[in-house]
Design a protein around this ligand. Sequence first.
Ligand SMILES: N[C@@H](CCC(=O)N[C@@H](CS)C(=O)NCC(=O)O)C(=O)O
Length: 204
Amino acid sequence: MMILRSSPSSPFARKVRIATRLLGLDSNVEETPVALDDPADSLHAQNPLGKIPALVAEDGTCYYDSRVILEYLDHRAGGGRIVPHEPKARLDAMRLQALCDGILDACILQVYEGRYRPAEMKVASWLARQAGKAERGLAALEAAPPSLDGKTLPHVGQITLACVLGYRDLRFDPGWRKDHPRLHAWHDAFAAQVPAFAATKPEA
Ligand SMILES: N[C@@H](CCC(=O)N[C@@H](CS)C(=O)NCC(=O)O)C(=O)O
């Protein structure tokens, strides 16, 4: 049994949850929640970065971060399922994943600013800088939403975009839909094609 160190609301952990379901590996994974703020949590021995998700395989190897975990799961499932083999398709999927992971990083830094930094120490220009990354990323995706054919499994980039939009709903104003109608339609199409998306929706 693999062990997934995670937290319920982590969008990066949601990538892994969706991937395990798509690949039929979810019954091989047991989730163990992490106390991220507890230095004694075994996560720090498993992943020196102290970040989730981290996936401990049966041989004790701990895989991180989410990109590596998705690649590992794809490999376990035979390869070429959610990480395309063909070089151009693979690069396109990895590039989309990098953009969407970057949007998530910028979103999470804004959330952490609220969670960890006392109000009098908040730096508006830093928050605006992170918000700008997320806004520009969403605008680029709105201008050219990725394909979604419904015939093959979604790839790692498409899975990550779905997790971005889900995280905007969870922690930010769901008004992103009004300003991004094409992404709104993309989100609904993904949800209709991929039951694992609804099945992994975190509680507000
Ligand atoms: N690049 C990482 C990002 C993971 C990440 O930022 N996880 C957050 C939770 S959603 C975390 O562990 N934060 C704790 C910390 O930064 O100390 C990935 O793709 O897995």
